[in-house]
Design a protein around this ligand. Sequence first.
Ligand code: IMP
Length: 433
Amino acid sequence: MTKIDVLLGLQWGDEGKGKIVDVLTPAYDVIARFQGGPNAGHTLEFGGMKHVLHIIPSGIFHQDKINLIGNGVLIEPNIFRQEIDALAEKGVDATKNLYISKKAHLILPSHRMMDAANEQAKGSDKIGSTLKGIGPAYTDKVARTGLRVGDTLAPDFLQRYDALKRMHLRMALTLGFDVEQFRIDGMNLEEYEQQWMKSLETLKRFRFVSSEYFVNQCLRDGKRVLAEGAQAMMLDIDFGTYPFVTSSNTITAGVCTGLGVAPSSIGKVMGITKAYCTRVGAGPFPTQLDDETGHRLCEVGHEYGATTGRPRRCGWIDIPALRYACMINGVTELYVTKPDVMNDFETVKMCTAYKIGKRTTDEIPYEYNTAPIEPVLTSYAGWRHSLLGITEYNDLPEKLKEYLAAIERETGVPIAAVSISPDRRDVLFKQVQ
Ligand code: IMP
């Protein structure tokens, strides 16, 4: 029996997970998504082209791999169809190697409406949701009113769909939301719904499976399975910066519930972190830089959301948050991305503790959202060197290696590899693989 390896983001998302999964895929037989939905945007770049995946696992470009959408994932049929069509345009026929859990929940057009209604009702306390319907769809899952992929085959599917939609319309009315004016991709609810129903036919062309039996059988057969996380640790519903979080368990424990594997089946836990830090949407971010340096990180790092196009907030790497992430997830190795964004920096800083009033702590405080937190920063000399053309970890500039060694020391977790450009070839493993 093999173990299932896990790959997840350790910050607030956008750490470059899609690319690292793509690089690691050759070592695996199955790539599985276990939580989240179309709020994710996993960017892969190769052959001079950029590919953004939202629901489909990042192994889809490797025709000999099985890609699995687990029970913990949310599927929005229209977005799913668009992804399938975009892949087909690139010559990738996903019907052959993409399996979907019957227990994965569906995002209805009215879930997307409710996301907008809820955000509007929050006023200045908005979460900054991607408005893909994530919160309302998970709410229905927990309330036991949701619809699942397997339900699309049931004779009473349309009645159940209508009942749920009517409930959402009543809720929107209560919130004072203007349903008539609501648009998704320029379409009103009915127009979008018609497309959604058509997209169900695309969904039904795929193999629906019981992902728990499927994954466990794969492990028994000695297949190597990689669980691909979406969003990231600090957006976890339980341990993230609640309420500025997503609505799923983004952590290693989410692999167990989102795929149906036992905790003892977990193998390596690979955590991805940028060499600096970003956050998109609202919520606390103690190391955020609102100055020229923050602006430089955003511009040089092309820090604009893959799903929403919003500029990301940028700042220094946050060690207390990273240590917390390593603890909660049992991270066994780190992947550090995008140090190249800071190639021209004279000084690179690292937050090693927080100052809250007179108190200094290296823990994530309960008052993370409310107390003014001042980061305690340690400065490192910049490497001031292009990383272009470097193919060995050992050939990285000494100053960069010192900075990376400090990350290892502070977190207590070894670095497995560092990614120095968007291209899949530029991931330098510390030890020869
Ligand atoms: P939701 O999951 O769309 O409701 O968004 C909740 C929060 O998580 C918002 O602040 C989003 O910006 C953030 N978020 C959701 N998905 C991602 C992601 O894949 N990367 C980064 N942030 C995300």
